[in-house]
Design a protein around this ligand. Structure first.
Ligand code: ATP
Length: 269
């Protein structure tokens, strides 16, 4: 039931932060590759939404459109009701390649967004150190990227993306290149960071387990041209430990998505 406001009427639902309506993207002009078609999706503030789907279904393309790095060729895509035509001012972004600058130490890499914003670094140093501590890099603040493992580098990239407390964080397979153990650890770290900061996250992944562990909601895209074919708000505990993956509730969600991958012919046994 909708909550009642002070006058006893139904309180209006908060407008979505992101709204996609019939979004399409065709590369290469008429006759070119239709990557997305008919993407209709609202994302509310504070949600952690994973976009799950087969390779080539347009997940990254949709994320790039959200980031203002690419433009839809059809439909309407808005942030706070305004069409996205350029990268939003307050956006955090993390990609599969961490793009750290090798000549800066860990702390300076994390402080880069402050530098770009022309903000005094002293004002952001405490937050940078706190983020690094939260992801277990408190002793590596003066290390250089070349001396770090892939997982450590990716943690630095995530801290950098979060430095300015962006209300929106877009992540495209940020852990795709990592070994399974490191990926588990980063899932735990990212979930903690989300709980502490409550930013809106849109996270692209191929991994059902990763999507379920991290998210408040999972949107499944079908094969190209991609569009949502399932959309589930998860009823899972707020505080998540890796053992959650062994619970019946988690298993039931995982089966739901796996069977849809099977129905798409993407898993054969
Ligand atoms: N710049 C581009 N020019 C032409 N075609 C493109 C371009 N970018 C993506 N595509 C095509 O659009 C489709 C969707 O690609 P996209 O990278 O968005 O998929 P994805 O779901 O993120 O895949 P993956 O999970 O493998 O990264 C693919 O067929 C791809 O070849």
């Amino acid at each position: 039931m909708a909550p009642l406001d002070a006058t006893g009427g139904a309180a209006p639902a908060a407008p979505p932060l992101i709204s996609a309506s019939g979004v399409a993207k065709r590369f290469g002009g008429p006759g070119g590759t239709l990557a997305l078609d008919g993407v209709t999706l609202d994302i509310r503030r504070g949600e952690f939404v994973s976009l799950l789907g087969p390779s080539g279904c347009g997940k990254s393309t949709f994320l790039r459109c959200l980031a203002g790095l690419d433009r839809p060729t059809g439909g309407r895509l808005t942030l706070e009701g305004v069409p996205i035509t350029a990268p939003p001012a307050e956006l955090g972004i993390a990609l599969q390649r961490d793009a750290l600058l090798d000549w800066l130490d860990v702390l300076d890499n994390v402080l880069l967004p402050a530098e770009f914003a022309g903000a005094p670094r002293a004002r952001h140093t405490a937050r940078a150190l706190e983020l690094l501590r939260m992801v277990g890099l408190g002793e590596f603040v003066h290390a250089y990227p070349r001396t770090l493992s892939g997982g450590m580098r990716q943690r630095v990239a995530i801290c950098r993306a979060l430095l300015m407390s962006p209300p929106l964080l877009l992540m495209d397979e940020p852990f795709g290149a990592l070994d399974a153990l490191t990926r588990d650890q980063l899932n735990v770290d990212l979930r903690k960071l989300w709980q502490a900061n409550r930013m809106t996250v849109v996270f692209v992944t191929h991994s059902i387990a990763e999507a379920l562990f991290l998210s408040t909601r999972v949107v499944l895209f079908g094969p190209r041209p991609g569009r949502p074919v399932d959309d589930v708000t998860l009823d899972l505990p707020e505080h998540r430990r890796l053992a959650l993956r062994e619970t019946p509730e988690f298993g039931a969600y995982a089966r739901r998505f796996r069977s849809q991958f099977e129905a798409m012919g993407l898993i054969r046994e």
